[in-house]
Every structure is written in structure tokens, then in C-alpha cells.
Design a protein around this ligand. Structure first.
Ligand code: ZN
Length: 104
């Protein structure tokens, strides 16, 4: 039971929603491995599988550009509603701003 309790309290590092509602927990490399991202804790983020799948091997800059395209054109991406995409955009522009200035 304790595991369940712990599991339900996990908030996605990108969209800030409970991972249990969005495919479950996953660990993403902030900087993708193929771009030199380290296999170290400082390069990890706990996030939902849906965010992880969307970000995939993109840099933060490329993901931000993709998100802004969907927001600007009012097109939903899979089941990402506009407010959720807005939260991811906010997360990237605050927590990961250095990756936007220096994408790699
Ligand atoms: Zn998420």
C-alpha cells in the first residue's frame, strides 16, 4: 500500500500533473544522450510517459518550438490540452531557460 501512496504523489517535472493520469512514471534525460547528455542525476527528470514520449530525443529548444506551434495554431497534440501545453512551455522557460539559450 505504501508503494501506491508514493506512486500517486508523483508530479511530472514537465506538465506538473500526476503521472498516474498520463501513462505513469518515467525518467527522461534533460539533454538527450546522443547529444552528450550525461547519465547522471543532474541530467535526469522524473516525468510522465506522455511528456517523455513527446520530448523524445528533442532538445528543450526543439520541444519548445513544437509546443508553441501547437499552441499558436490551436491544434491539440494527442491528449495535451492547451493549459497543459502552456504549463510545459512555462516549465521550459523557467527551469530550463539555459537550454534555450544554449540548446545543447
Ligand atoms: Zn507530463
Amino acid at each position: 500500500m505504501e508503494d501506491v501512496k508514493f506512486y500517486t504523489s508523483i508530479i511530472c517535472g514537465y506538465c506538473k500533473e500526476d503521472v498516474k493520469n498520463h501513462g505513469g512514471k518515467s525518467i527522461d534525460h534533460i539533454i538527450p544522450k546522443y547529444l552528450g547528455g550525461e547519465n547522471k542525476r543532474r541530467n535526469y527528470i522524473i516525468c510522465c510517459k506522455e511528456c517523455n514520449n513527446w520530448k523524445a530525443n528533442k532538445t528543450m529548444l526543439d520541444w519548445l518550438i513544437s509546443i508553441e506551434f501547437y499552441i499558436d495554431n490551436q491544434i491539440p497534440y494527442r491528449n495535451f490540452i492547451p493549459s497543459r501545453m502552456g504549463q510545459i512551455r512555462k516549465t521550459i522557460k523557467t527551469r530550463f531557460i539555459k537550454h534555450i539559450k544554449y540548446p545543447i
